[in-house]
Design a protein around this ligand. Structure first.
Ligand code: PNS
Length: 160
């Protein structure tokens, strides 16, 4: 039984994240989507709202082996509490790989937990939570890049 953790801020979850969730769910027995609680960085959505949006979005996928949870502190400590042996990350571009390699090696050195990097499907290669928020904040249409529930929530949040 291999349990994988897919960590991130998910502020908010995007179609790119969901692509990784679906593929991780096919590759591993169980996937825990882990939402970072970062006291220093308040997001557009609360952690509870982010989790609700992830759950609603994952419910649209034909998967039963995915659950969502928040975590604080070190990712590898969370992996230990979850008895997860793999971290999954999506990578969109070489710059992502550079950044992820250092974290993957650090996490492995700290705990032995290995990281699997999945290349994001090309159609989502330019999609990020931060760009989606900026476009939505300025009144742009992001419905092609995020799950429906996220689009609705962004419109409410940034209603002019
Ligand atoms: O979606 P993000 O913001 O790019 O996700 C970053 C995340 C949550 C994966 C990363 O910040 C993280 O793992 N934070 C937990 C703290 C930690 O373990 N830091 C050491 C990493 S080597």
């Amino acid at each position: 039984m291999t349990r994988a953790v897919f960590p991130g801020s998910f502020d908010p979850v995007t179609n790119g994240h969901l692509d990784i969730v679906a593929r991780a769910a096919a590759a591993f027995d169980e996937v825990v989507v882990a939402v970072l609680v970062n006291e220093a960085k308040r997001g557009v959505f609360s952690v509870a709202d982010r989790i609700a949006l992830i759950d609603a979005s994952v419910a649209q996928l034909a998967v039963t082996n995915v659950r969502t949870q928040s975590f604080e502190g070190l990712l590898v400590d969370f992996c230990r509490t979850q008895e997860a042996t793999v971290i999954v990350k999506g990578v969109r571009a070489p710059a992502d790989v550079d950044y992820e390699l250092a974290m993957a090696s650090m996490n492995r050195a700290l705990s032995g937990v290995d990281t699997v990097l999945l290349p994001t499907s090309p159609q989502w290669s330019f999609v990020s939570s931060s760009l989606v928020k900026e476009v939505a904040r300025l009144g742009g249409d992001v419905s092609a890049f995020v799950p429906h529930q996220v689009d609705v929530s962004l419109r409410k949040r940034f209603a002019r």
